[in-house]
Design a protein around this ligand. Structure first.
Ligand SMILES: Cc1cc2nc3c(=O)[nH]c(=O)nc-3n(C[C@H](O)[C@H](O)[C@H](O)COP(=O)(O)O)c2cc1C
Length: 329
């Protein structure tokens, strides 16, 4: 009696249709000239092509270990939070989809109850604490995440100057810059691995190493932090070059497919985060849609790894990607 599951493009189309019908503001209109970083990231990803190795086929293994947990593929749900249009159980449902797909979920703004509901699904959960001006609140959230069994904690430092929605900057009273010493102290007093989310330069990545972070997420935050910051895929190689293996380099913003994931891995990222795409899949088909999306992204990654002769994630490298000139519109 189970219906056939939707393909990736069907999930995205159905999710968009549903959200449009509900009048949900999807961050920026598709025809807008806002979000230059996100749109350029997309165009850049689409200008990268793989060099195939069809001879000498290999057995592919996409398994990936992070924060002492094993994932089926180097793909995760980047920090999300419950939006007004979502049902009460949305975070638990999305986490259930991620758990079923053998993946990890990061949660952003939200309370303990939601966090617990995600942890209860068995998915590895990471709490990304906001850069609150109220330091006590930061510690309270970090301690709460630790005691509930999160696998890591982090902070989206790129939201320090407020949140961008359309042309409007909001929440500047709530979020603020985090003095370096306070960040260092927070990281040293946190028992779990610490992630800095929103890094877009080699300098900031090096700083994250010095402060004791275990990972960074190279990210434009969708476009919710700043416009015209360097697109994450373009920033990635410099970051990898400056920190090497001193911390784990993760990336998000504008990734839609398994081939996108392989391109980021070829440029040196260890895993790729999806947020908006997961919300579309959730809007289209609930936790089943989320599970199916992650499974299909992982399957495409697996397939293209086979076609490029990569048996393991460590075999993926920059030389398998050929950069073509960006196409004129
Ligand atoms: C509904 C929604 C809520 C989000 N909430 C947070 C948050 O609380 N903290 C955070 O660091 N990022 C948050 N993000 C940003 C994502 O983690 C991610 O950086 C961004 O959406 C880019 O990835 P994408 O292009 O796959 O959407 C949110 C994104 C979405 C779509």
């Amino acid at each position: 009696m189970s219906e056939e599951s939707l393909t990736v493009s069907q999930l995205y189309a159905k999710g968009k249709e549903k959200l449009d019908k509900m009048g949900v503001d999807r961050w920026f209109p598709p025809d807008s000239n806002l979000a230059a970083s996100v749109q350029t990231n997309r165009r850049y990803l689409d200008s990268l092509f793989f060099e195939p190795r069809f001879f000498d086929p290999v057995e592919v293994d996409t398994n990936f270990a992070i924060f002492s947990r094993k994932l089926k593929a180097p793909v995760f749900c980047s920090a999300i939070s419950k939006l007004p249009w979502m049902p009460e159980s949305a975070i638990a449902d999305i986490a259930q989809g991620m758990s079923n797909a053998g993946s990890l979920i990061m949660l952003g703004i939200g309370g303990s109850k939601e966090l617990q509901s995600a942890i209860d699904t068995g998915a590895p959960v990471v709490k990304i604490v906001k850069p609150y001006r109220n330091t006590e609140l930061i510690y309270k959230k970090a301690r709460d995440a630790e005691s509930r069994g999160c696998v890591a904690i982090g902070m989206d430092i790129d939201h320090f100057y407020g949140v961008l929605a359309g042309d409007k900057v909001g929440r500047t009273e709530l979020f603020g810059p985090q003095p370096t010493n306070e960040l260092r102290q927070l990281i040293s007093q946190t028992k779990l691995p610490f992630i800095i989310k929103g890094v877009l330069s080699g300098r900031d990545a090096e700083k994250a190493v010095q402060l004791g972070a275990s990972a960074v997420v190279v990210s434009n935050h969708g476009r919710a932090s700043f416009d015209f910051m360097v697109p994450s895929m373009i920033a990635l190689p410099r970051i990898v070059e400056s920190v090497g293996d001193k911390l784990t380099v993760l990336i998000d913003t504008g990734f839609n497919t398994g081939n996108d994931v392989l391109k980021a891995l070829a440029f040196g990222a260890k895993a790729v985060g999806f947020a908006s795409s997961i919300l579309l899949a959730f809007a289209a088909d609930g936790s089943r849609g989320v599970e199916s999306l992650i499974n299909q992204i992982s399957a495409e990654l697996h397939r293209t790894m086979a076609a490029t002769g990569c048996a393991t994630l460590s075999a993926i490298n920059r030389s398998m990607v050929i950069e073509t000139p960006l196409m004129k519109e």
